[in-house]
Design a protein. Structure first.
Length: 394
């Protein structure tokens, strides 16, 4: 019998809690049950945007015999992204610096493949998106975990500085952060840029910043998004449309090189090769054709904020401790039981399903996705209250 390679075994080790929840929890057995209240992941629970479906229908009609041929970095789609970034960021992004990917997952994998040699250290922030460590390991890098400030969820710059060594090659920053909802402020990013610049000079090679901007358009309360790429030249902007459009199964995103990045002409050719070697990490032809329409669309952010406010108010009134996220799809309440896995199973007994904090390196918390429907939220509130009472009675 053949066995998994050592690398696959190491990667699997980083995903133990994720794998256990997605394959062994009560949710894994009932996820297709339409009667449950499912707050686990950022999946849609309402019909997709009509304009999204209409755009795919409109662009699905072939306009030439190459309409569904192989696509990589389509010039027309690159132009759309570059123009959008110029408008959003006020920086002169160029078409040639846009690399189209099938989601942020592939974007992260491609960049890590490009910049990481075996043994290079890649820092990621905890609590993280739960695939960072696995992606770093898959690229041959050494994952280095740095906790954010536990009170503010802001970057802990002293901890970051202490974690940097002569082998540090990259840092992954996710803002707004999943799962905390924290938007890193401009003062923090200015200090981070100086820290990375100084460390790069000491090391004699750049430390790259991978800016995971999946939620950069999911902002609440009039908050402004600050991209790390605006502050630090050696940055890769990594984005997915799956959050803004709430279509995570339609894999479309990009990597963008900021115009301030040194040596980006050399990086362009290397990044294209990395896209190929990451498993042809380009979006399908239809999504690339439809991008002029899709770029303009967004789910209803004020509606998301209203759902956030409804849940925060209701949970606090029940007795939960929960902060107010500045962006993203998620709430992160404290678990009334120290064992968050046990508490999410208690919620499951009331047909309410949430992600245990342990899965995102936040033991003692649980995560609620705001992509649930209004009806689902209303239906779940008695279950949240009952589970809290039962936990208090233990």
């Amino acid at each position: 019998m053949s066995l998994p390679s050592q690398r696959i075994t190491r990667i699997a080790g980083t995903l133990q809690s994720v794998y256990a929840f997605f394959t062994q929890s009560t949710w894994s057995r009932r996820r297709e049950d339409s009667t449950i209240c499912d707050f686990t992941v950022g999946n849609p629970h309402e019909m997709p945007l009509e304009a999204f479906s209409a755009a795919l229908g409109r662009w699905s009609v072939p306009r030439n015999d190459q309409w569904y041929a192989y696509q990589d970095n389509s010039p027309a789609a690159r132009t759309v992204v570059a123009a959008s970034l110029r408008e959003q960021r006020g920086m002169p992004f160029e078409d040639e610096d846009i690399f189209l990917t099938n989601g942020a997952f592939a974007g992260l994998a491609s960049v890590l493949t490009l910049v990481t040699d075996p043994g290079d250290e890649v820092i990621f922030l905890s609590p993280p998106w739960f695939f960072y460590e696995a992606l770093i390991t898959a690229a041959g890098g050494v994952p280095v975990r740095v906790r954010v400030d536990p009170e503010t969820f802001d970057l802990d710059l002293s901890a970051l500085e202490a974690a940097i060594t002569s082998r540090t090659r990259a840092l992954i920053v996710n803002s707004p952060n999943n799962p905390t909802g924290r938007i890193y402020p401009s003062a923090t990013l200015t200090a981070l840029s100086q820290l990375l610049s100084d460390a790069s000079a000491r090391n004699g090679r750049p430390i790259y910043l991978l800016s995971d901007e999946a939620y950069c358009r999911i902002l609440y309360d009039g908050n402004t998004y600050h991209s790390p790429s605006t502050f630090y030249p050696n940055s890769f902007v990594i984005y997915t449309y799956g959050k803004t459009l709430l279509t995570p199964g339609q894999r479309m995103g990009y990597i963008a090189l900021p115009p301030t990045m040194p040596d980006r002409e050399d990086i362009r050719s290397g990044l294209f090769v990395a896209q190929l070697m990451t498993g042809y990490a380009f979006p399908n032809a239809l999504l690339q054709h439809a991008l002029p329409d899709l770029e303009k669309l967004s789910i209803d952010i004020p509606h998301l904020q209203r759902k956030r406010d409804t849940l925060v108010a209701a949970l606090r009134e029940m007795g939960y401790t929960v902060h107010v996220p500045e962006g993203t799809f998620y709430l992160l309440p404290r678990s009334p039981l120290a064992d968050d896995l046990a508490f999410t199973e208690l919620l499951a007994q009331h047909d309410v399903f949430c992600l245990p904090g342990t899965v995102v390196e936040m033991p003692g918390y649980f995560r609620i996705s705001l992509t649930a429907s209004d009806e689902m939220i209303t239906r779940a509130l008695p279950g949240f209250a009952a589970a809290l009472q039962e936990a208090s009675d233990r």
